[in-house]
Write a protein that binds this ligand. Sequence first.
Ligand code: SAM
Ligand code: DTB
Ligand code: SF4
Length: 352
Amino acid sequence: MNIEQYVQQPVIRHDWSLAEVKEIFNLPFNDLIFYAQSVHRRFFNPNEVQTSTLLSIKTGACPEDCAYCPQSGHYNTGLSKEQLMALEEVLSNAKKAKETGATRFCMGAAWRSPRGKDFPVVLEMIKGVKALGLETCVTLGMLDEDQAQQLKDAGLDYYNHNLDTSQEYYDKIITTRSYRDRLDTLQNVRDAGINVCSGGIIGMGEQASDRYGLLMELANMPEHPQSVPINMLVAVAGTPLADVEKLDEIEFVRMIATARIMLPHSYVRLSAGREDMSDETQALCFMAGANSIFYGEKLLTTANPQQNDDVALFERLGIRPEQRSEVEQEPVPSVLPESDQIGGVRFTNAAV
Ligand code: SAM
Ligand code: DTB
Ligand code: SF4
């Protein structure tokens, strides 16, 4: 492919080959970041980052076997099994998240799929959080068509369900549900008209080709996910991946940049793993086109940077938390004046 042509006129493609992904991923670093930032500026304000706050509404003792996950009942990670959190407690957490500036509230449950009397309570949580003026996201495991429709009817904006890794590496990590199951759930979410949030984890001992494969699968879905979380493994004691070798952070930045280029309209989230990342690596991720983070001191069960630290980082970088609702307003392409363009793409610090 001619990357320069693509960058000047990025189109939504669903036919990426592994060889093309590899070629982009391994460009000289400065070229890769330049192309990623150029694509980013066509569709997004480069100085705004969307902020989501996570809450684990049902923690631990999950029946699934996912090698990275501290919540799997198959491993002893010291987490105690909890029941579904009460509606009032969820809403009080959501209010706090709104006060601290988050625009989306993401609720996660350690389930294979939602069942029984808990599901109607989750529907009430969605309605309550939405009534506070926050965007809503849930991640509850596998969904059938009917469950997806009920979530849509409750007003859900996003459903998070990650592909996690490549088709090839998947069986080494997850044994209790298939890649096909995941694609089917995502299809049900899409068919119900809910925005898709889907990405994966790197640093799980996978090959570079698995990182390319994950990006290829994400981009070749029938529609690009509106939100793409890229997680760096949080290695938790007691899980099979506790001692896996740490991934080079430059490789993580390359992953973000390649996602930005291949998924030009999607929000790319610099997700788990920020707690162990320097401000400088995070800054490189934003340069590479990451425009969303989890904001708040906890992810689901592990630590995330303190809010003060994130506010300070945003200030150092001149980044503002995105205020508008992306659900109501699609990103506006920033068509740039000829005079400001270098080789067809603008690379100045001007905000859109
Ligand atoms: N149980 C539901 C499911 O798996 O679909 C929802 C919750 S699950 C914790 C959501 C996602 O969190 C996983 O798909 C995985 O990508 C991510 N995740 C879990 N543990 C992680 C870890 N230790 N490091 C990075 N990401 C992790
Ligand atoms: C996603 O891609 N990352 C978030 C969210 N979606 C649900 C979860 C990260 C979990 C990290 C480990 C933990 O805190 O338990
Ligand atoms: Fe359960 Fe989700 Fe963790 Fe897998 S990733 S063990 S399904 S909570």
